[in-house]
Design a protein around this ligand. Structure first.
Ligand code: PEP
Ligand code: MN
Length: 262
């Protein structure tokens, strides 16, 4: 095996992907940037609780064209302001290659979403970037397809790819998706890329986010990404799976306990 790929996120001084003992990287923030007030309040809470990276969608891949689509560049500007205020690094999704330039200009990490995992022109564009890429697993992608998607980015010249398991479609009705932790274990063993887990999109319900985050930590994932909102019941997207600020602080405490045991 080649040496593990370690992705440095210089703006927050963290690295992702050194393995156990180096500390879990926690990415928190709202599904979508909705306003400056909403994002700054969340950013300060994430920072205070010990989170490392702030997430927030400015371009949202919504099932319905009538749902909130994100604030676009205004959202990216708000994220940049939050980074200035808190020192947290920021990650946001590039929905297509047209907006890639803007997202990479503002953000420390560019996210490629589940729906775009096999958008090959987007993957090639990400490969020509010098910013790290957070590549989510497609909702019905095999691990091999996912790794080949990563290969598109790496083969264009960008080795800084972070894999993010976010649940896959199964027959179950009790959960939005099914969190495939054994895929995470497989990847931790078989690839040199950092692997993180997004329990929020995997389960779709707030109650399961903390336990699934702990499970991801126990099996050695390099990080987790969770949705956090100051008022989840008022969120413009993914409210039911978003932790409130107190719950995020509780999550951080619980993860500390788990890490002390590992
Ligand atoms: C997200 O992280 O906001 C998102 C849309 O996730 P996914 O692409 O995994 O559905
Ligand atoms: Mn979301």
């Amino acid at each position: 095996h080649p040496l593990p790929t370690i992705v440095n996120i210089t703006s927050c001084g963290r690295t992702i992907g050194i393995g156990n003992g180096s500390g879990l990287v926690v990415i928190g923030g709202p599904c979508a940037v909705e306003s400056e007030g909403q994002l700054l309040e969340t950013a300060h809470a994430v920072k205070e609780a010990g989170g490392h990276i702030l997430r927030g969608g400015a371009y949202k891949p919504r099932t319905s064209p009538y749902s909130f689509q994100g604030l676009g560049e205004k959202g990216l500007k708000i994220l940049a302001r939050a980074r200035e205020d808190t020192g947290l690094a920021i990650v946001s999704e590039a929905l297509d290659h047209v907006v890639y330039d803007l997202v990479e200009e503002y953000c420390d990490i560019v996210q490629i979403g589940a729906r775009n995992m096999q958008n090959f022109s987007l993957l090639r564009r990400a490969g020509r970037s010098d910013k790290p890429v957070l590549l989510k697993r497609g909702m019905s992608a095999t691990v091999e397809e996912w790794l080949m998607a990563a290969e598109y980015i790496v083969s264009e010249g960008n080795p800084r790819v972070i894999l993010c398991e976010r649940g896959i479609r199964t027959f179950c009705k009790h959960s939005r998706n099914t969190l495939d932790l054994s895929a995470v274990l497989f990847l931790l063993k078989e690839t040199h890329l950092p692997v993180i887990v997004d329990p929020s999109h995997a389960c779709g319900v707030r109650d399961q986010v903390i336990p699934l985050s702990k499970a991801a930590c126990v099996i050695g994932a390099h990080g987790i990404m969770v949705e956090v909102h100051p008022e989840p019941e008022k969120a413009l997207s993914d409210g039911p799976q978003s932790l409130n600020l107190q719950e995020f602080a509780l999550l951080m405490k619980e993860l500390e306990k788990v890490q002390a045991l590992c």
